[in-house]
Design a protein around this ligand. Structure first.
Ligand SMILES: Cc1ncc(COP(=O)(O)O)c(C=O)c1O
Length: 397
């Protein structure tokens, strides 16, 4: 920092943020990861059983059990386990009827998989703005945008500029905080859009007492190694529609027709099934989930207290009416001090607190640069000012 005046202004904020993080986490002797998995239950037993019996691959009792346990935990009627969350999103979009030439409304503030899955189907992401409470899609601003650029024609929503059908709206629960689902579901109904939830980050989060993933026609979960529950790699489709659930199971298992020995496939399917060994890990992890959620919420409460009164930053708390899993804790820098983000990241990481900025916005990525989008000034501000802090469940013990 060359400008001494700026440096002078910066130091108190850097000290205050570092002090708050130190207050919560102490001084680590080895660097703390942003989010680490934890295997404190029966993970070894269940995985060993797979190895001992040879049931490690695409068939086995743990797959069915994991799907049942997931449906039970989330309250969804059906869960279909997949090889990862991106595959689950791909299936959600395909089952929603998204096809080549369609547009799909997607937040620009999301992980790249949300937009990639749209592109896999030959459709185009149409990027939308976020709000500052949940960081999810801003329903009011999206409504204004659609009034400007779209019209409902029969049972479909059409982009008046491009002529393309806007088939679906994908909303994402950023860092586990449920977005404004009532408003977004109402908007989707008004505009004849299929609502899909990218719930990759929000296992354990609920909106007005109902688990996320139950508001859209379909939802995707992720069990990547950095998520609250991990299967190594994995995901799931959630739906309350029995027909869609059957289609999801069929398509994710190479569309093979039921027969004891013959191999007949009645359409182009996908090898997206979650192996038994990963499902076994998932079953053990789900048993631990209630305990992990308590610890994650305890950690978030400590961050909230430590940042209370720190001028220049806001701890990102769960939106009113929701219960967040606090997958990743985050602070947002006030307008006017965003330029300190990288200095803060440097100081925090140097002191062993694994911290990172939010994703680069989708519309800035080279492959999505020419996609349609609305004004995304708020997302751009969030992109410049969010810092994620160490969030592993064990830190809340
Ligand atoms: C919002 C979001 N969507 C989709 C994914 C994709 O999940 P996966 O990595 O399991 O493919 C992730 C996480 O990785 C995510 O955070």
């Amino acid at each position: 920092m060359n400008n001494p005046t700026a440096a002078g202004r910066a130091q108190p904020l850097l000290n205050a943020v570092l002090g708050a993080v130190q207050q919560v986490l102490g001084q680590p002797t080895t660097p703390l990861a942003l989010h680490e998995p934890e295997f404190a239950g029966r993970e070894w037993d269940y995985v060993r059983e797979c190895l001992d019996t040879g049931w490690v691959s695409s068939a086995g009792a743990y797959v069915d059990r994991f799907e049942r346990d997931l449906a039970h935990f989330t309250g969804a009627s059906h869960a279909i386990a997949t090889s990862n969350g991106t595959a689950a999103l791909h299936m959600c979009l395909l089952l929603a009827g998204v096809g080549a030439g369609d547009e799909v409304l997607v937040p620009t503030l999301t992980f790249v998989a949300t937009a990639n899955a749209v592109a896999y189907l030959g459709a185009t992401p149409h990027f939308v703005e976020c709000e500052t409470v949940s960081l999810g899609v801003d329903a009011a601003r999206l409504e204004e945008h659609l009034q400007r650029v779209a019209q409902v024609s029969g049972e479909t929503c059409v982009n008046r500029g491009t002529g393309a059908v806007i088939r679906a709206l994908v909303v994402m629960h950023v860092f586990g905080h449920p977005c404004d689902l009532d408003a977004l579901a109402a908007l989707a109904r008004r505009w004849k859009l299929v609502l899909i939830e990218d719930a990759a980050e929000s296992l354990g989060s609920s909106y007005h007492g109902r688990h996320t993933g139950n508001f859209g026609r379909l939802a995707a979960l992720s069990f990547n190694g950095n998520k609250v529950v991990t299967t190594g790699g994995g995901g799931a489709v959630l739906t309350n529609d029995a027909l869609l659930a059957r289609r999801a199971k069929h398509l994710t298992t190479t569309a093979r027709t039921a027969h004891r020995w013959s191999f007949v496939h009645d359409e182009i399917g996908y090898n997206y099934r979650l192996p038994n060994i990963n499902s076994a890990l998932g079953c053990a992890q789900l048993e631990q989930l209630p305990k992990m959620l308590l610890r994650k919420r305890a950690l978030a409460a400590r961050y909230a207290r430590a940042f209370d009164g720190v001028a220049g930053v806001r701890f990102l708390a769960e939106p009113p009416g929701t219960e967040s899993n606090y997958w990743l804790n985050a602070v947002v820098l006030d307008e006017g001090v965003e330029h300190l983000r990288d200095d803060l990241l440097q100081v925090l990481n140097d002191r062993g607190y694994g911290s990172r900025p939010v994703w680069t916005l989708m519309h800035r990525l080279p492959m999505f640069g020419s996609c349609p989008r609305m004004d995304t000034a708020v997302a751009e501000r969030m992109e410049a000012s969010v810092i994620n802090l160490p969030s592993s469940a064990k830190l809340g013990a």
